[in-house]
Design a protein around this ligand. Structure first.
Ligand SMILES: O=C(O)CCC(=O)C(=O)O
Ligand SMILES: [Mn+2]
Length: 382
């Protein structure tokens, strides 16, 4: 816990909110010196090397999704947070661009759901990438150009689509979860001691340099014994990990591009938030594609592949000022199913009936934030 931040908290108050506001503050800027940076290794007594199971994933399988051999991963645990694992960028050099492109070009495509669907027709949001290309490759004119759809993208949901209103998933709003992201997630969870993980729901959050994500707990999944995974790409974030109540002061840590977090066991239901996006430090933007070559003996399960240079030009420009976070969740336990919901008639929802979905509610953390009907406001978690 940041000494600086903890000293401003008085007993009995909402310590999380106070520290959230501290790190969000622009003027004067906060003191970042106590923010844990796992990329520096075990730099404090609060951090220990986490034990992984290198036998759970074959090196070739790992390479197929762009990961280093598990034996080369730098994984950490945090004192006081059992079940929390932080893996400092386990991606092979040059493989992140593939995942960034999936987040910007592939996953926002139908049938996945995004914030723009809340106030635009399916045909208008059909080709977010294609419709944004011209605007994104244009040189700045100095004029106030309208934002491209990609620049207005705030969230995408995959698999069981999260309903921000009811804070639930349901059997009748499901589209197939991307196979490549399932493969990536199941390898990481297997290495962390959770074989058989099923990636059933995903939330992608797109952050600009001034975005934040409110204080919340991810408890809508029906089986909390399964881990929750989080991937970060692009600019860095300050991530706050708290306790089971708002009075528990959170621990601040950096999430850099390529970093992966696993929240499981007692850490699965902890309060957390992203108060601030910070520029990626030198050395953490290793998103260059030159050194990437697909697995030397390509296998059927190789998902990471080279991409056209034009795609990378757009992606790299986007992430120079933005961060993308992907969380992957297993919603149902083995043999579990959704409870009956008599108030919602089954299978009546179609893509043009998205009115029960809207931009994230603004009451997530009690911190006031600007809202706009266009969905261009802060990333806000329910
Ligand atoms: O952006 C992050 O690092 C956190 C995202 C998150 O907590 C969520 O989507 O539930
Ligand atoms: Mn969360």
């Amino acid at each position: 816990m940041a000494k600086m931040a903890v000293s401003i908290v008085e007993s009995g108050e909402d310590a999380f909110r106070k520290i959230f506001k501290y790190y969000k503050r622009r003027n004067p800027p906060p003191d970042f010196s106590d923010v844990i940076d796992f990329s520096r290794g075990v730099q404090s007594h609060k951090i220990a090397a986490a034990k992984l199971d290198p036998g759970a994933v074959r090196d070739l399988e790992a390479a197929g999704v762009g990961l280093k051999p598990v034996s080369d991963w730098r994984a950490f645990s945090l004192h006081g947070y059992p079940g929390f694992v932080f893996i400092s960028n386990p991606f092979l050099l040059g493989s992140q661009p593939f995942w960034v492109r999936q987040c910007l070009k592939t996953y926002p495509q139908k049938p996945n759901v995004c914030n723009l669907d809340m106030h635009m027709s399916p045909s208008e949001t059909q080709d977010i990438w294609g419709k944004s290309l011209q605007g994104l490759s244009r040189a700045p004119s100095g004029k106030n150009e309208p934002k491209t759809l990609l620049e207005r993208l705030r969230w995408v949901t995959l698999g069981y689509h999260y309903n921000w209103d009811t804070k639930t998933y349901s059997a009748n709003h499901y589209t197939p979860f991307p196979a490549d992201l399932h493969q990536l997630s199941s390898q990481i969870t297997a290495a962390c001691g959770f074989p058989g993980f099923k990636a059933e729901a995903g939330i992608l959050n797109y952050y600009r340099s001034d975005s934040s994500l409110g204080i919340h707990v991810d408890e809508s999944e029906l089986d909390h014994s399964r881990p929750l995974l989080s991937f970060s790409f692009g600019q860095s974030a300050i991530f706050l990990l708290g306790g089971t109540c708002r009075q528990d002061p959170p621990t601040a840590m950096y999430m850099h591009s390529g970093d992966v977090m696993i929240m499981s066991g007692q850490s699965r239901l902890l309060y957390h938030a992203v108060p601030r996006i910070v520029p990626a430090p030198q050395g953490h933007t290793s998103l260059d594609m030159e050194s990437y070559s697909p697995a030397s003996s390509p296998q059927d399960n190789t998902v990471v592949e080279q991409m056209p240079e034009q795609d990378w030009t757009v992606c790299s420009k986007y992430i120079q000022s933005s961060r993308v976070n992907v969380t992957v969740r297993q919603v149902l336990g083995t043999g579990q199913s959704f409870p009956e919901t008599p108030s919602h008639p089954p299978s009546s929802r179609t893509e043009d009936q998205t009115d029960t979905y809207h931009d994230r509610p603004a009451d997530g953390d009690g911190v006031k934030r600007k809202r706009s009907s266009s969905g261009d406001s802060d990333v806000v978690k329910a």
